[in-house]
Write a protein that binds this ligand. Structure first.
Ligand SMILES: [Fe+2]
Ligand SMILES: [Fe+2]
Length: 154
């Protein structure tokens, strides 16, 4: 029996938290409570952007190999789309634009596919690759998004 924290568990939990925060944002948008929607959207955006930063700067560099490289390029291109949608949504919420709803649903669909690839293959590889380095979990927990950082393919 193992009862230890892993990269998979940590990162998957973060996916779930992001999904929940976007759901809450959508709920407020549907109610046209723009004030609350803005607060929720800010929280979701900060979490998801930090998550992307951790993947690109801390985790993905540990994975090498022709198959993995293709997957990782694909995921990093998706990060650009996710990042742009987050900025787009924040602007739409600020402008109290009814298009926010459609964009939020689009982002949630994109994340569903993206997160599923990571959870089913990439994170498992990382668990194997980084079993020797438990400090990586502290790094994931304590890292903050540096001001001005952008996804590498942006
Ligand atoms: Fe990702
Ligand atoms: Fe992820």
């Amino acid at each position: 029996m193992q009862n230890v924290e892993t990269i998979s568990l940590f990162m998957t939990r973060d996916h779930v938290s992001g999904d929940n925060e976007l759901e809450e944002t959508l709920k407020e948008v549907k109610r046209r409570d723009w004030e609350r929607a803005w607060n929720k959207a800010k929280i979701a955006s900060a979490r998801i952007k930090t998550h992307i930063f951790l993947e690109e700067e801390v985790l993905f560099p540990y994975l090498k190999g022709p198959d993995l490289d293709n997957w990782i390029s694909e995921l990093m291109m998706q990060h650009v789309a996710i990042w742009n949608l987050l900025d787009n949504i924040l602007r739409l919420v600020e402008e109290r634009d009814n298009e926010t709803e459609v964009k939020l649903i689009l982002l949630m669909q994109l994340l569903k596919a993206h997160n599923s690839i990571e959870e089913h293959s990439i994170y498992r590889e990382l668990d194997k690759e980084l079993a020797w380095n438990p400090n990586i979990l502290f790094e994931l927990r304590d890292s903050i998004l540096p001001a001005g950082w952008k996804p590498k393919y942006m």
